[in-house]
Design a protein around this ligand. Sequence first.
Ligand code: 2BA
Length: 111
Amino acid sequence: MKLIIAIVQDEDTSRLVSSLMKSGFGVTKLATTGGFLRAGNTTLLIGVDDEKLHAVMEIIEHVCKSRKQMATAPATMPGMSGMYSASTYPVEVTVGGATVFVLSVDQFVKL
Ligand code: 2BA
């Protein structure tokens, strides 16, 4: 069995959970925050038998879109290595489709 940990954008969450549930997969949804953008995203926990892993990955890939977002980066002050000035500048980053970790599960029990 595998545990899929999928970090997805909030905009894709509802459609992704519906698609997974419709296909018979169990899902747990966690509200999370990305370290870089400090913005909300969603982490899904999906436990599946090994032979279903590919089907889940296909659904995630199909539903989750990449999007451009603006982030604010600190501007470094010349001559002050390691220090940041008060000013910041916007940078564009591409977020997603999805960041996915696949872990092998030693044991799966429902008590
Ligand atoms: P965030 O950490 O908020 O990152 C959002 C997007 O910002 C990232 O999109 C990436 O395009 C960019 N980014 C992240 N760190 C950066 C850096 N040091 N310099 C420049 N740009 C940077 P994604 O790669 O699609 O990641 C989306 C979210 O997935 C992340 O949100 C984070 O919550 C999670 N994530 C990504 N990689 C991870 C990892 N190795 N471990 C744990 N979580 C991860």
